[in-house]
Design a protein around this ligand. Structure first.
Ligand code: NAP
Length: 737
């Protein structure tokens, strides 16, 4: 059998050294795992337990013949051990260690060697336990955990690769970092919590009634103090070894604790809730990051497939998730209002959560979200505070474009950044008009994120003719207009969504509408309100079409937003002969909502009026399915925007529907579809959530199973889709390929 190396020598056969040796042996990584410990009994125990192949009787001989030497001794013993082995190291020996601090290990090595050997690559496994000694050796200790290597300037690429390879055998994930960064990160994430746990237990133990206290200690105490069971000597050494970074973290923590103390003393509920809600959100975010990395491999490679079986009908009463645009705006305006705004039906998707986090970063106390409920402690139009660092908005274009208008008017500087895909999107369309108002904004290369916004600019109102219809640009300027001296007006070349204008009015802020021109005057205030976010009509569409095409269907969709800029799908379905009625029409936070009752009725093909196209642009994948189930020909034109959505929606729908036997032709700006019988088959959603959901409902009228590939994105945009579909009678299931 070929091994990655012939001989590995582990010096210090304790928990970490023993666990590494045992794992390498079990994996048959090398021909010979030799162990050395200053305690003869530990070595014998290691041999007896099968942790090592052999004991190092003669250290000099073993060092000179080893390919790789691992120091697994306490960090403060590093220098002495290096002195001891130095004479026997050869130019090709690879040397690494496992110490919990790195700066002092490197300093020790510099004292011993002068110029550091090219084979030296310091490391630190981020795994361990409260136990010590070889008897605690566990070959699985590192499996699924991280190991940080801190290669030095001198370290050869070959040595680094070998050390990395060694850790991979244990099942660990290997990361690279520089020494100073390692020590700073570990001071914050490991050393500080250990010090706090030791200190808390010690403080309580010193109290006279300590026995009682411990007797009644609840789970929280046990969870928090588990790590106070760790080895005292090791932690004594760590504190000395990483003194400066640890002191910096302790000072930050002490200052934070003092702030919380004074909040408690003064009964400052907002401040307490602010700390607790931010911490809770950060904790969740952090858990998500951890579970994402654990499962990242499966996530990247798996192809989520939907299988939709033919037949069934669509009945019942459901409420689909909240509207994304309105969820964003409820957080923004709630934060700027005076008083507490209560939001329900909030869409807990990544984009709206990015907006929520941005306002938390600017000092707004926001409770939740908890099952769509959010409580926002508004700070008023002038109450935002400088965020601690750049505001990261992930993939949310709405957040970055709307916030830029708001932030341009603040007294503090900010930076807005996003993920890789957002960083390719154009930002000048908002930056340019904001500059006309006097804002100081710098965009990144090619007018893209990040956006650096200078605070303290006194904005002047402008009257802006948008060169291109965009609800985001309009909203951005309206938000800036709340602060700009005078009347800010925006004129749009074509109607766009008006959620911002409506919600401003829902918060009691006057907005003037004059034809295609909308205006706000600064100097007003927003008053907190209650918002039950309307269900998203785009999400409702899949169920509307499902019921419209399936004999026997009778479905009610509750609390759906029927904003006039979004109801194209209702108008088009009605023109096709759908039996749908709006019930219980009402207004919520300035937005019209209704329950929609729809029953099956035979559909007929139509020429879709072009004036309805922008009002239904996101709904066309589903409407294409409706057209396939209608009698006669449906013609869609003026919809060229469909070609530049998440996918080329015209092409992807044409390809998929043809695979199901439909009579459909794509045109540059739409399609011509003749109704007929669909059969089963395999289609591809190309990662476009709306395409995936549209083909799921097509099965209601197909003669065989439809297998839909690339459906993973449904989980982010409409996580409850499959459950709701099953609830109303569709036979759709999700699986991996
Ligand atoms: P451990 O169980 O106490 O093992 C250390 C071993 O090294 C002991 O057997 C000790 O022998 C031996 N040793 C001490 N000085 C020596 C010397 N001069 N020559 C040869 N052997 C010597 O400690 P550990 O938990 O494995 O920690 C070892 C290293 O791993 C430390 O640098 C620590 O920072 C790092 N680390 C620990 C954890 C953790 O959770 N425990 C996690 C990551 C990294 P004696 O018993 O005779 O002293």
């Amino acid at each position: 059998m070929s091994h990655f190396l012939n001989k590995v020598l582990v010096i210090g056969l304790g928990l970490i050294g023993g666990s590494l040796a045992k794992s390498l042996r079990e994996q048959r990584a090398c021909a010979n795992v030799v162990g050395f410990d200053r305690d003869q009994r530990e070595m014998q125990e290691g041999l007896r337990l099968g942790v090592i192949d052999s004991m190092a009787e003669n250290l000099a001989e073993e060092v000179s013949s080893a390919d790789l030497v691992v120091l697994a001794v306490p960090v403060k013993a590093t220098e002495a051990v290096l002195e001891q082995i130095k004479p026997f190291l050869t130019p090709s020996t690879i040397l690494t260690d496992v110490g919990s601090t790195k700066g002092n290990v490197v300093e020790a090595a510099e004292r011993v060697f002068g110029r550091l050997p090219v084979g030296f690559v310091p490391g630190h496994p981020i795994a361990g336990s409260e136990k010590s000694g070889v008897a605690a050796a566990d070959s699985q200790l590192f499996n699924g955990y991280k190991v940080i290597l801190t290669p030095l300037q001198n370290s050869s690429a070959e040595a680094t690769a070998r050390v990395e390879e060694m850790w991979r055998f244990t099942g660990a994930e290997v990361l690279m970092m520089d020494v100073a960064r390692h020590d700073e990160v570990l001071a914050a994430t490991s050393h500080l919590p250990h010090i706090l746990a030791f200190s808390l237990v010690d403080t309580l133990a010193r109290e006279e009634e300590n026995l009682d206290i411990f007797r009644y200690a609840a789970g929280g105490f046990r969870d928090f103090t588990r790590i106070a069971g760790s080895d005292p000597t090791m932690w004594h050494d760590v504190c000395l070894a990483n003194k400066e970074p640890l002191l910096r973290q302790l000072d930050r923590f002490t200052a934070g604790l003092a702030r919380l103390r004074s909040a408690i003393e003064q009964g400052n509920g907002d401040m307490m809730l602010g700390t607790f809600t931010r911490a809770q959100a950060a904790r969740e975010h952090f858990s998500r990051i951890l579970s994402d990395t654990a499962s990242s491999q499966t996530m990247n490679t798996s192809n989520v497939i939907f299988r939709a079986q033919p037949g069934g009908s669509v009945t019942g009463t459901i409420r689909v998730p909240g509207d994304k645009s309105i969820s964003h705006r409820s957080i923004m305006l709630g934060s700027l209002a005076d008083g507490i705004t209560e939001v329900s039906g909030f869409l807990e998707g990544e984009d709206a959560l990015a907006t929520l986090q941005a306002f938390r970063d600017m000092g707004v106390v926001i409770e939740g979200p908890n099952q769509g409920k959010v409580r926002i402690h508004g700070v008023g139009l002038n109450g935002l505070q400088a965020p601690p660092g750049p505001i990261y908005v992930g993939n949310s274009g709405t957040t970055i474009r709307l916030l830029s208008g708001l932030l341009a008017a603040q007294q503090f500087d900010t930076e807005l950044s996003g993920d890789e895909s957002l960083s390719k999107r154009p930002m000048e369309r908002v930056a340019k008009p904001l500059r006309l108002m006097g804002a100081q904004i710098e965009s990144g290369e090619g007018g893209r994120p990040p956006l650096k916004i200078k605070g303290g600019s006194d904005l002047k109102a402008i009257s802006y003719e948008m060169p291109m219809a965009s609800a985001q640009v309009k909203s951005c300027l309206m938000l800036a207009g709340l602060y700009a001296d005078g009347v800010t007006s925006v004129t749009e070349p074509a109607p766009t969504r008006d959620h911002t204008e409506r919600m401003l009015q829902g918060f009691g802020y006057a907005v003037a509408q004059n034809g295609s021109k909308v205006s706000v005057t600064s100097g007003g205030t927003l008053t907190a309100t209650q918002i039950d976010v309307p269900a998203d009509i785009s999400s409702a569409t899949f169920f509307l079409v499902a019921a419209a095409i399936t004999p026997g269907s009778d479905l009610t969709l509750e609390h759906v937003g029927i904003n006039p800029t979004r109801v194209g799908v209702l108008n088009i379905l009605k023109l096709m002969g759908a039996d749908l009625e709006l019930m219980n029409e009402r207004e919520v936070g300035g937005e019209p909502v209704a329950d929609i009752h729809i029953r099956y009725a035979p559909l007929k093909g139509i020429q879709v009026p072009e004036d309805q196209v922008p009002l239904a642009i996101d709904e066309f994948p589903a409407l294409f399915i409706a057209a396939c189930c209608a009698e006669g020909e449906t013609v869609v034109s003026g919809a060229e925007e469909l070609r530049v959505k998440e996918s080329d929606r015209i092409q992807v729908m044409v390809d998929g529907l043809k695979a199901l036997g439909a009579d459909i032709e794509g045109t540059p700006d739409g399609a011509i579809i003749r109704g007929g019988q669909l059969h089963g088959g395999e289609v591809f959603a190309h990662g476009d959530h709306r395409i995936a959901m549209s083909f799921s409902i097509a099965a209601l009228r197909s003669s065989g199973e439809i297998k839909i590939n690339d459906c993973a994105n449904v989980a982010t945009s409409f996580p409850t889709f499959v459950d709701l579909a099953q609830e109303v009678g569709l036979n759709v299931n999700e699986g991996d390929s």
